[in-house]
Design a protein around this ligand. Structure first.
Ligand code: HSE
Length: 419
C-alpha cells in the first residue's frame, strides 16, 4: 500500500482524497498497488470538510511520519512551500505538487535536491491537461519550435464574457472568483503572473531555459476595454491572454500578454475557463492540447495521475526533461528585441491636424501603419485604433512614450500585440 500525506487540503486536496476513494478500483489496477491518503495538513482544524482522513495543523506530522511515502504539496505560495518540499525530499519522500509559483522560482534547485527521488508537477500547468507529460515524454524526440497557449482559465473566462456578453470587467472577475477559478490573489490571474509561472515551467522542459518571472515580458488583461473588443471584432480577431515561447536560432523569447489573434486560429476558438496549448515540434509539426485548466477535480486528476506514476515506478524521470545540459545552450531573447505586430488605442482631443501629427510620429519611429479607425469617445475626444506592420518592441515602447507626452493625447496609449 502506498501512503499519501497532503499539505493543504482545500478545493484540490479534497478532490484528491475523493478521487482516490471514488476511483480506487481503477487506480489500484493501474498502479498495481492500493493508494490511500493517510493524513492532511490544514490551517483551520475546526472547519468541517467531510473527509475520513486524519487532519492536523502541524506539517511535521506528515514530514516525520515514516509511513508516508508521497507528500502532495497543495499549500501554494513560494518560500514556505519551498522549505517544506525540500524537507520532504531530504527525508526521502516522493513529492507531487500543483504549485506553479514555487516551480517558477525554484525548479532547478528542486531538481538538484530531488536527484533520484520522484518529484512530479503535472497539475502545475493547465490543470487537468497532461501537458507536462506530453512535452517531457511524448514530444521528447523533437526540437520544440514554439509553445503558444491559453494558460489561465480566469482570464480566458473574462475575455470570453467581455466579448460575448459585453459584461464589465469587475463583474466578471467577481464571477470567476465565485466559481473558484481565480487565484487567492486574483492579480496573479489578471496581471499575467499565473500564466507566466506556467510558461516558465514549460520553457524549462522544452528549452532548458532557467528564467525567472522578472526576466520575461509579463502583462495582463487589465487594460482591455470594450473599445478594443469592438476593434477586434471588426478586423476578425479575438482577444486572449497568451503565454508564448518561441525559438529563433539560438534564442528563445518568452512572453505573456493580451493578444489579438485571428478568429480562425484554433487557439482563438478556445472559450470560457478552458485552457488550450499549441506545441510545434520540428518533427511532429503542430500538436494541440485542450481541456480544463482550473477547478478541483480537473486539477486533482493530474495530481492523482502523478501519484499513480510514482506507485508504478517509484523513480523520477529527469524532473525537467533533460538528463544533461544540451550543447550550445539556448539563451533568453532580450525583451527589446522581440518583434510583433501591434494594435494601439490612443485617446486624443479631436482637433485639426492631430492625425497628421500622430502618423508623423509613427514614421519617425520606423513603424508602418496597417489599419486605422477613428471613433468618437466624447464631445471633444476620439479614440484612434491603429494596427501596425511588424515592428520591434523597443521602437513601439519608445513611440508610446513620445505619444503619451503630446498635449493633445489624453492618456497613455493602450497597446495589444497581434499574433
Ligand atoms: N487561477 C488559475 C486559472 C487556476 O485561472 O487558470 C489554475 O492554475
Amino acid at each position: 500500500m502506498l501512503k499519501v500525506g497532503i499539505i493543504g487540503v482545500g478545493t484540490v486536496g479534497t478532490s484528491v482524497v475523493n478521487i482516490l476513494k471514488d476511483n480506487a478500483d481503477i487506480i489500484s489496477a493501474r498502479a498495481g498497488i492500493d493508494i490511500v491518503v493517510k493524513s492532511g495538513v490544514v490551517k483551520n482544524l475546526s472547519k468541517e470538510r467531510g473527509l475520513d482522513i486524519t487532519l492536523t495543523d502541524n506539517v511535521d506530522d506528515i514530514l516525520n511520519d515514516d509511513e508516508i511515502d508521497v507528500v502532495v504539496e497543495l499549500m501554494g505560495g513560494v518560500e514556505d512551500a519551498f522549505e517544506i518540499v525540500k524537507k520532504a525530499l531530504r527525508s526521502g519522500k516522493a513529492v507531487v505538487t500543483a504549485n506553479k509559483a514555487l516551480l517558477a522560482y525554484h525548479r532547478y534547485e528542486l531538481e538538484e535536491i530531488a536527484q533520484d527521488i520522484a518529484f512530479e508537477y503535472e497539475a502545475s500547468v493547465a490543470g487537468g491537461i497532461p501537458i507536462i507529460n506530453a512535452l517531457r515524454d511524448g514530444l521528447s524526440a523533437n526540437h520544440i519550435q514554439s509553445i503558444m497557449g491559453i494558460m489561465n482559465g480566469t482570464c480566458n473566462y473574462m475575455m470570453t464574457k467581455m466579448a460575448n456578453d459585453g459584461v464589465a470587467y469587475d463583474a466578471i472577475l467577481k464571477e470567476a472568483q465565485e466559481l473558484g477559478y481565480a487565484e487567492a490573489d486574483p492579480t496573479f490571474d489578471v496581471g499575467g503572473f499565473d500564466a507566466a509561472h506556467k510558461l516558465l515551467i514549460l520553457a524549462s522542459i522544452a528549452y532548458g531555459i532557467d528564467a525567472k518571472p522578472e526576466d520575461i515580458l509579463i502583462e495582463g488583461i487589465d487594460k482591455v476595454t470594450q473599445d478594443d473588443i469592438s476593434f477586434a471584432k471588426e478586423f476578425g480577431y479575438a482577444i486572449k491572454l497568451l503565454g508564448i515561447a518561441k525559438k529563433d536560432a539560438d534564442e528563445v523569447e518568452l512572453r505573456v500578454h493580451a493578444c489579438l489573434i485571428k478568429k480562425d486560429q484554433m487557439i482563438a476558438k478556445i472559450d470560457g475557463v478552458m485552457n488550450g496549448i499549441s506545441v510545434v515540434g520540428d518533427k511532429v509539426g503542430e500538436t494541440l492540447y485542450y481541456g480544463p485548466g482550473a477547478g478541483g477535480d480537473a486539477t486533482a486528476s493530474a495530481v492523482v495521475a502523478n501519484i499513480i506514476d510514482i506507485a508504478r515506478s517509484g523513480k523520477s524521470r529527469p524532473m525537467l526533461g533533460f538528463d544533461k545540459p544540451m550543447e550550445g545552450e539556448l539563451k533568453l531573447k532580450p525583451i527589446d528585441e522581440i518583434s510583433s505586430k501591434y494594435y494601439l488605442r490612443i485617446n486624443v482631443s479631436d482637433r485639426t491636424g492631430v492625425l497628421a501629427k500622430i502618423s508623423k510620429i509613427f514614421e519617425d519611429n520606423n513603424i508602418s501603419i496597417e489599419t486605422m479607425l477613428q471613433r468618437p469617445a466624447s464631445q471633444e475626444s476620439a479614440n484612434l485604433l491603429i494596427s501596425t506592420h511588424t515592428a520591434l518592441e523597443k521602437d513601439i515602447q519608445n513611440m508610446i512614450k513620445k505619444i503619451a507626452a503630446l498635449d493633445f493625447v489624453n492618456s497613455t496609449p493602450v497597446m495589444i500585440r497581434i499574433v
